[in-house]
Ligand binder design. Sequence first.
Ligand SMILES: [Zn+2]
Length: 298
Amino acid sequence: MTEAAASSSQSATKTTYGVPKPKPAYYPHPGSPLYADKELYTKIADASKTLLETHTCEPRSAIAVKIPMGSVFRITTPKGPQVCDLNIWNLHNPRERFWAARTRQLHSAHVSTFDRLWSNLPYLRPLVTITADTLSARHDEWGGRVHDTLGTRCDPYVDKLISGEDNDLHCHSNLTRAVMPYGLTEFDVHDVLNVFQVTGLNEHDQYFMEACPATTEDYFELFAEQDLLVAISACPGGDLSQWGWGESEGDDSKMIDCCRPLAIEVYNLDDKDEVLKNWTAPKVVDYKGNHGLKGPAK
Ligand SMILES: [Zn+2]
């Protein structure tokens, strides 16, 4: 047994039971409410747009930005490779927020153009639809792909558990500070989409991370299906080429050198009425069963 095998509960040995190759649990079919109308979202991606605002997120910090429904925003890496931890809320009701696990099931563990980022229960509707992704072709020999819903934000609790240090610039803490002016707290920070981050599962089913491939030209573009509060954190792991536990001590000192800023660019569609004439804002799922609970006896 190898050392790696010994450190995982999962065997690397493949067993053949002769079962047919399974199909995806949520297979796309025309007209499904789960899948974006490619014609419509291609039209949005190709439409003339005006840049309204650019918000810079400094290294090892986070920003929170209001994004109006019906607009388009891009997350960029203006100075080169940098991993981004993304949280999204309904601006008017922060209990409705991004649900990474269901998005992973409905689309895939790594997301790209035409995938949608879904909200949690009891809402279950798209918060955004991805309209462009310059890194979408990324798929390496180890199974690494970009923009993952597998992992979550780095946080000071797991760092303390592992390293014994108190470090304050993890994505969880950065996001917490960024959303406080909007009346939100640590408890509103949720599992992220790791934008520009290459990850996968190895032969022992263990999560791995690779160096970020993003350049100054890359961007990840999303259409706002609702009025949103969007927060991004420039991970203290930087481009993940030198990651480790701890922030600046000992062997981790190189990690600071690979930390760069991120930015959010907000665009207005120039001819919104024409481009969005076949779009309607997604509604919450109209489940009326009340989980089988009965009302008062009559
Ligand atoms: Zn992080």
